[in-house]
Write a protein that binds this ligand. Sequence first.
Ligand SMILES: [Zn+2]
Length: 117
Amino acid sequence: MSEQAEQAEQAIETPVLDRYECRSCGYVYEPEKGDDKNDITAGTLFAELPVSWRCPVCTANKVAFANIGPAGTASGFKENLGYGLGVNTLTPTQKNILIFGALALGFLFFISLYGLQ
Ligand SMILES: [Zn+2]
């Protein structure tokens, strides 16, 4: 906690553009880029965003965002974001085939265990 306080004091002299991540959907607000969808100009700090500002992806309010530090710090959040997207682009039919296919495979595997004994 004391480290955070020190960082906050330093931030007064050299403003650090902290990024904030939406804990609902993983969207990251980057002050350097702003938010085109909500007419937020580049360079606007997260703290300066209007209270009415919502996540452009899932419309969560500001309270749902967590400070993940300035750009360049390794957070890992952004990298992880890509992994879930592949499944999200599948149609419901494809998802069903995946789910039931996996269930059928699991069932076959389960049955094969009896065959071994
Ligand atoms: Zn969101």
